[in-house]
Design a protein around this ligand. Structure first.
Ligand code: ARG
Length: 563
């Protein structure tokens, strides 16, 4: 599709020589109000080269420039204001939407390069709690965005399925484990065992010795240890998978920490060869003093490796396997230091791809006290949050006349949770708010989905036919133009959301499109007598619906046809 900024640069380029086109592009602004045009170029920075006052430059340019893409180019003080040719925009945008449809907004920018998004990564035998919601939902959306930008994305779930805690768990299981209870309610039962052994080990240190021994046996690949570990992993995964199914999220790789248990020697040896490893107290570390960071722990005195070591091995493996363009980790900001250390050590190891490893952190989510019964102990399980959202939605839509309320309640309820999660800068902490997130009014998931469904039924009612010819010149209203501009800039929003790893650019874009459309819908009759006018207005509605559906999909939400 046409890029108006590029057209402006080309236009100006014919008048002003010696200009760096890249910088010129950066100068172009979006004016604060429509009367000032759709783009503005401040003339200050040319004053020096041209030895002329900015207002005069603007005035001269306004007189001498003309373009089919702009209906007016006007000087206002030191600014040159550009007004997009509306008829041109209408045709350009709507034709592109009709042609690309499901792919509208996408691009081939990524050229199929490999891009890893690691997200979710819960810990085996521990709760999949509401904190993991953030990584799961943000990461999934980032993956969808990069897919849409033409990358070959690889979604990795770096499961926390390894470490000395499994020695403790095996010990506890051997002492007090009840297979039937675990079968029925795996994670809460395993969690209970884990809590109990930690308490009892305070009194009885021999439990820790036993745990160490079990972990050693696990690392050595002894059968009983491995089979218990496998069992814990399987029952945990079956719980996690229920949640992923509800969210409709899948992964390309489930290589968790354990996968790297036999791939660490290489990294440790390389650290030794490069003289990066030094002993400290009872561990081997990489000193990071020069970078104002505490040391990275690589090996404990008993020879067992650590979380960070497994991450080093994982980075090596990913580089070898995928030769990634980018390797993105969507992990909470509590681990900022860990990733800074990790990337620094990769850099010290001389890996030039260290710069392509990116930590995408996020703030915390809290659930206000008393808003949810914690049926399974002190932790709020994500699954229960989603089930509650569905339940609450069922009540809201109970007396509507629609089919398959079960399915719809799930699409709306889960969508509402996802949308709330993705509506703010990911770095911000936020408080989970049931009333707000399920409201059909305001900046919510149900509001966007509802606008989408409403347009769907309007199109059906108006017998809209996508293939019929449309007279674009009939769309002249200011409100129509506002909607079109929003549809036009959708792909730019997606690009920015990818660049900054900020899905909320998209959720906000959708909300403002809904607002623009709903206000239009309230003020302008769409199913009018005049057949041509009706067709044009329905075409605009269809384009709006397309952006809403594509945008919702990028966020990881469904777009129901009826609500
Ligand atoms: N399992 C970890 C947790 O729940 C997150 C793993 C993050 N990823 C990584 N490559 N270290 O805290």
């Amino acid at each position: 599709m046409i890029d108006f900024k590029v057209e402006i640069i080309k236009l100006i380029g014919t008048k002003l020589v010696d200009l760096d086109e890249k910088n010129l592009g950066l100068l172009i602004e979006k004016p604060p109000s429509p009367e000032m045009g759709d783009f503005a170029l401040p003339a200050f920075s040319f004053a020096k080269i041209m030895r002329k006052a900015p207002n005069l430059i603007a005035e001269d340019l306004a007189q001498s420039l003309s373009s089919p893409y702009f209906e007016k180019i006007e000087a206002k003080g030191p600014y040159l204001n550009f007004f997009i040719n509306k008829e041109f925009l209408v045709k350009e945008v709507l034709e592109e939407v009709f042609q690309k449809d499901q792919a509208y907004g996408s691009s081939s920018y990524g050229q199929n390069r490999n891009l890893i998004v690691e997200f979710s990564s819960p810990n085996i035998a521990k709760a999949f709690h509401i904190g993991h919601l953030r990584s799961t939902v943000i990461g999934n959306s980032i993956r969808n965005i990069y897919d849409f930008l033409g990358f070959n994305t690889i979604a990795i779930n770096h499961l926390g399925d390894y470490g000395t805690q499994f020695g403790l768990l095996i010990t506890a299981y051997k002492l007090w484990g009840d297979p039937a209870a675990i079968e029925k309610n795996p994670i809460p039962e395993l969690l209970k065992l884990y809590v109990r052994i930690n308490q009892e080990a305070e009194e009885d240190p021999s439990l820790r010795d036993s745990a160490r021994d079990w972990f050693r046996r696990l690392e050595a690949g002894e059968e009983e240890a491995v089979s218990l570990w496998t069992y814990f992993r399987e029952v945990s995964l079956s719980e996690f998978n229920r949640v992923y199914k509800m969210l409709d999220i899948d992964f390309d790789s489930w290589n968790g920490e354990a996968f790297y248990s036999d791939k660490m020697d290489k990294v440790v040896e390389e650290l030794e060869d490069k003289n990066l490893l030094e002993p400290s107290e009872n561990a081997m570390i990489v000193n990071l003093e020069d970078y104002s960071m505490p040391p990275m722990l690589v090996k404990k005195s008993d020879g067992s490796t650590l979380y960070a070591t497994r991450d080093l091995a994982a980075a090596y493996y990913r580089h070898e396997t995928y030769d990634f363009y980018k390797n993105i980790y969507v992990v909470g900001s509590q681990q900022n230091l860990h990733f800074k250390q990790l990337f620094q050590v990769l850099d010290l190891l001389g890996k030039d791809w260290a710069k392509d490893c990116i930590h995408v952190p996020f703030g915390m989510v809290s659930l206000p006290e008393g808003t949810m019964s914690t049926r399974r102990g002190n932790v709020v399980y994500l699954e229960d949050v989603l089930l509650t959202a569905i339940e609450k939605t069922k009540n809201i839509i109970a007396d509507r006349d629609i089919e398959d309320k079960e399915k719809l309640a799930a699409q709306i309820g889960i969508g509402a949770v996802i949308f709330q999660e993705l509506f703010n800068d990911r770095n911000k902490d936020y408080v989970f708010d049931w009333d707000k997130l399920l409201s059909f009014e305001g900046e919510t998931g149900p509001y966007v989905q509802y606008t989408h469904a409403r347009i769907s039924s309007l199109l059906t009612k108006g017998d809209f036919n996508k293939d019929a010819k449309v007279d674009y010149s009939l769309l002249k209203e200011t409100e129509e133009f506002e909607i079109l501009k929003n549809i036009y800039s959708f792909s730019e929003t997606i690009f920015d959301a990818g660049q900054k790893y900020q899905p909320f650019f998209i959720s906000r874009h959708l909300v403002s499109l809904c607002q623009a459309y709903n206000s239009y819908y309230a003020n302008t009759p769409i199913l009018v007598e005049d057949k041509e006018l009706k067709k044009a207005r329905l075409a605009l509605s269809y384009a709006t619906k397309t952006v809403l559906r594509n945008g919702l999909r990028l966020l990881g939400m469904k777009a129901p046809e009826k609500m």
